[in-house]
Design a protein around this ligand. Structure first.
Ligand SMILES: [Ca+2]
Length: 80
């Protein structure tokens, strides 16, 4: 995903930041169908935490890190 070999929040954020975009070479286009949408989020969610122990972000984590506010707005900060 983000090149770290781990499916984690950074992959989710990547998809979130590109959500709704379409085109080639989108890093957030997990299933390579040319569009970054809910299906890519589902794909990540189904593999979330694999190969690593990732601390679940808290509400405070989402609120205090600007990068994650979009994820929070999408409601995915609460689904881990
Ligand atoms: Ca896709």
């Amino acid at each position: 995903m983000t090149g770290d070999g781990i499916v984690n929040i950074f992959d989710l954020v990547e998809v979130a930041s590109q959500f709704g975009q379409s085109g080639e070479n989108l890093s957030g286009d997990v299933n390579s169908d040319g569009t970054v949408n809910i299906f890519d989020l589902v794909e990540i969610a189904s593999h979330f935490g694999e190969e690593a122990v990732v601390a679940a972000p808290t509400d405070g984590f989402c609120a205090t890190h600007a990068r994650f506010r979009l994820a929070q707005q999408l409601g995915i900060c609460y689904t881990f």
